[in-house]
Ligand binder design. Sequence first.
Ligand SMILES: [Fe+2]
Length: 202
Amino acid sequence: MDAKHLNQTQTVESTSLEERLLDLVARKDLSTLGHSNRVATLTREWAEFMSSRGLWIGVSPARIGSAARMHDVGKVMVPDSVLLKAGPLDALERELMNAHAEAGYEMVRDRDVSGYSAMAVRHHHERWDGQGYPLGLQGEEIPFQAQVVSIVDAFDAMTEDRVYRKGRSPEEALAEIERCAGSHFSPARVAEFVQFIHARNG
Ligand SMILES: [Fe+2]
């Protein structure tokens, strides 16, 4: 198979995989579906912004957007009593919730020829300082696409209104992300995200 044909095959495969997985998410929890779609859109727009400045060479906005859309698909395996709980989670519930990263990876990996989306799904809760999960990867060990998705994921989670609390303003969320550069997030990615959000809100 030539490279062009292989690329087309991968795109078709990943599109149908994405749609089938998002259909499962839609049946399970509409709030996770909304979050996934917003994270995908903002990730794609961020990649387009970087690409328009001649940066992130080789990063396809469509491809990283698709990976972002699938990042929380493992939540379909989390019991409703945990996933939909309004209050704080206890230790066991937290463990069940955190298992969504590995569960999602297992759902995606066999159908994701390149492993690009599977790596975003598995590692979007790793932290720059190695204190994240599931593997405790550190710094540049964390795949690029997961570094990106983790920031957009946090930004959307902070700005989203919940039943029990109003979302923070984009400025507040951005300040919190900047505060977590070097602990939670890649300092380089945070600097790029700040530029992007400022330009977007320009
Ligand atoms: Fe997640």
